[in-house]
Structures are given as structure tokens and as C-alpha cells.
Design a binder for this molecule. Structure first.
Ligand SMILES: [Zn+2]
Length: 387
């Protein structure tokens, strides 16, 4: 018996996690002996909250899902930046072989891309400040590794869940919870106990908003740990916040005044890209929770654009297989018919972004490590102006 209300890898791969109308369509086509080759395009017509761009993540999972299924898949790279209206992937094959994978393919792309995009927006807002993904608790635990992978690829510098970190080959990042201080009973005693018990490679970051004023607890932490104190974390609840910027200023001032200018300030608790923008001059690291883990999904749709080699699409969709091009020089983008020659921009041929991923169910692309993908994303974010 399964304990949790989640599907297994096997059930997903078997196509059991599908909307019944796809299964019914396949049943009807089979009964009628209809075997037609189609091209299905994955595209988001618009992006959430007026985003100018988004990151495509989930490509590796789609490759794993469809490996061994007789279908060709062309896709942008994992971590590629795309705009609303650009096809990010297309699948080509006989419909009854893969039509029922529409549900899991979209699910894999919509959520991971949403998380990665939010993470990238936070990272872009933060500049050289650190961003840590703390939001696992807002989502089902079976999804934590997927969410943390997307958050990491999008730009998060660290993630807090042990299992996620293990799967990404990272060390988990974290500080201390209020529970430690409440159970020990006094902040300074808890700070000292943390310092005494934790191995040397764990950064001493004390949580300074549990019982007293943030300024008072921060000074107490610095006095107790001296040079061993790496940072203080403010997780001030909203009902007590008032003006968080003023609180941060005060903590920084009082620490500096006493020679604790090396102590870093961490901010967590309802942080998003707006708050990062507003407070980053006073904060060294942000713990971002719900904003990333519960990020708005990218609403990709998967639609037939070709049947038996002929452009054919429903109302509101552009028929025909397409290619998306980017100019490496100026960043200009262009969508053309798939068989169009490479357009010219900045006196050079533009680069095609949709590239083969699976050929007849066989993986034909090297899947990069999350670390490599993240480095590419970070380089891209730096070169982009709009948010
Ligand atoms: Zn150009």
C-alpha cells in the first residue's frame, strides 16, 4: 500500500497520471484504426504577473518520461530564457503513442519553470546578495527535490532540504529555528549550545527575533560568539514588523558601532523580489520561502499544429511546426516556419533554439548537471536588462 497521496515514477511513466479524455481519444482512434502523425507544440501565450521573460525548466524530466516512447521531441535547452508566445518544445509522432502524456509533460514544465523563473527574478533583484530556498514546507514533500532543483537552476545559492541537497550534490543551507531557542529557553544559551555542538563547517547564523528586540538579540549573539558569529537572521513576523528597513538599519548600525561589522544579516519571512529590491543594501542573504516554492506556474499549453505533415491547428493557434531563433549579438528573437532558412541579424545567422531532445524515444542530447545549467542561467541574467 502506498502511504502518501502521490503517484510513483512507474505510474507516471505508464501514463496513468493523465486526464481521462486523452485516454478516451486514444481508445476511439484505436477502435477506428486511425493512426495519424501529429506535431504538438508546447507554448505559453502569456506569462504570469506581466513577466517579460521566463526560464524553461523540466526538460530533463520530460526526456525521462518519454524515453522509449516512439516520439521525436525538439526542445529549447533546460534553463533557456523564453518569451510569451514562443514555442519551447514540440513533440512529433503517431498520436495514440503519446497523446496521453500531455498531462504529465505540461505538469513537469509548468511548475518547474514557474519556480525557476521566480528564483531567477529574486536572484536578479538580489544582485550579489545570496538567495536561499527555504520554501519546501509550503509544498508536498514528494515535490521538494523538484522544487529545489528548479530554484537552484534559477539562481538560488543554497537550498535547505537535506534530500534535495543530496540529489543536487550540494550541502544543505540553514540557520536555526525558533524551536531551538524556545526549548532551550533563552536566546544566548541556544546560540552557545549551537556553537558548541555543531561542526565547524556549519556557519554560526543566530536567529535574533524570538523573545526580545532584534537589535538587542543581535548584540547579545555577537557578544556571546565574538568572531565565531557569521551572521544574524531576522525572521520578524509580519504583525511585529513595522518598517523592516528601519529595523535592519538599526541592527546594522548597532553591530557596526560595537565592531561587529563582519556579522552578516540574513532576512527571511515572506520575502519576495520586491522586498529584496527594497532591502538589499542592508541584507547579505535572503531566505525565500513561499514566493519561490509556490511561484505562479507558467501556463504552457500543448496543441496540435500539424496532422500528417500538413499545418492544421485550432482557432487561436498558429498552424505548422516552427523554429525559434535568437541573435547572439543583440538578443533579438524571431519565430519562423520550421523549414525556413536561418534569419540574419547583426550580419550573422541567428541561432535555432529548438534542438533535438529525443529521436524515436532515444535521448540524443547530453543532459547537463544542475550546476552547469545554473551557471549558464546566471550569465544570462546578468546580460538581461528587463525584469
Ligand atoms: Zn542581432
Amino acid at each position: 500500500m502506498k502511504l502518501f497521496h502521490t503517484a510513483t515514477d512507474e505510474e507516471i511513466r505508464n501514463g496513468e497520471v493523465t486526464d481521462v479524455y486523452f485516454a478516451r481519444t486514444i481508445e476511439i482512434l484505436r477502435a477506428k484504426g486511425i493512426k495519424k502523425r501529429v506535431v504538438m507544440e508546447v507554448k505559453a501565450n502569456s506569462l504570469p504577473d506581466g513577466y517579460e521573460w521566463a526560464l524553461l525548466v523540466g526538460v530533463e524530466e520530460v526526456a525521462r518520461l518519454l524515453e522509449g516512447i516512439p516520439v521525436d521531441v525538439w526542445s529549447m535547452e533546460e534553463g533557456e530564457v523564453f518569451k510569451g508566445g514562443e514555442p519551447v518544445m514540440f513533440l512529433e509522432g503517431e498520436y495514440t503513442q503519446f497523446g496521453h502524456y500531455e498531462t504529465p509533460v505540461l505538469g513537469m514544465l509548468c511548475q518547474a519553470s514557474g519556480v525557476a523563473t521566480k528564483s531567477a527574478r529574486c536572484k536578479k533583484a538580489a544582485g550579489d546578495r545570496l538567495i536561499l530556498s527555504f520554501g519546501a514546507r509550503r509544498m508536498h514533500p514528494s515535490l521538494a527535490p523538484m522544487i529545489d532543483r528548479a530554484a537552484y537552476i534559477g539562481g538560488c545559492d543554497g537550498i535547505s532540504v537535506i534530500k534535495s541537497a543530496q540529489m543536487l550534490g550540494l550541502k544543505p543551507s540553514g540557520t536555526m529555528p525558533h524551536s531551538l531557542i524556545l526549548i532551550i529557553g533563552e536566546p544566548v544559551k541556544a546560540f552557545l549550545a549551537f556553537d558548541e555542538v555543531m561542526p565547524e563547517d556549519v556557519k554560526r547564523v543566530c536567529l535574533v527575533d524570538t523573545l526580545y528586540d532584534e537589535k538587542q538579540e543581535a548584540i547579545a549573539a555577537a557578544e556571546a560568539l565574538g568572531k565565531r558569529l557569521y551572521g544574524v537572521r531576522l525572521d520578524t513576523p509580519e504583525s511585529r514588523r513595522g518598517n523592516i528597513k528601519e529595523i535592519l538599519k538599526e541592527v546594522r548600525w548597532e553591530l557596526d558601532l560595537r565592531g561587529y561589522d563582519y556579522v552578516k544579516i540574513y532576512l527571511s519571512g515572506g520575502v519576495d523580489e520586491r522586498e529584496i529590491e527594497e532591502t538589499k543594501e542592508l541584507v547579505d542573504a535572503f531566505g525565500v520561502g513561499t514566493a519561490i516554492s509556490n511561484a505562479p506556474t507558467i501556463n504552457f499549453a500543448m496543441d496540435i499544429v500539424e496532422v500528417e505533415g500538413k499545418p492544421f491547428a485550432k482557432r487561436g493557434k498558429l498552424a505548422g511546426k516552427k523554429q525559434v531563433w535568437a541573435c547572439k549579438e543583440c538578443g533579438n528573437r524571431k519565430i519562423t516556419r520550421f523549414d525556413s532558412p536561418s534569419p540574419i541579424c547583426c550580419q550573422k545567422e541567428m541561432e535555432p533554439l529548438l534542438k533535438p531532445l529525443l529521436k524515436e524515444g532515444k535521448l540524443v542530447r547530453e543532459l547537463c548537471s544542475p550546476e552547469e545549467i545554473r551557471s549558464r542561467v546566471l550569465a544570462r541574467l546578468k546580460s538581461m536588462k528587463d525584469c
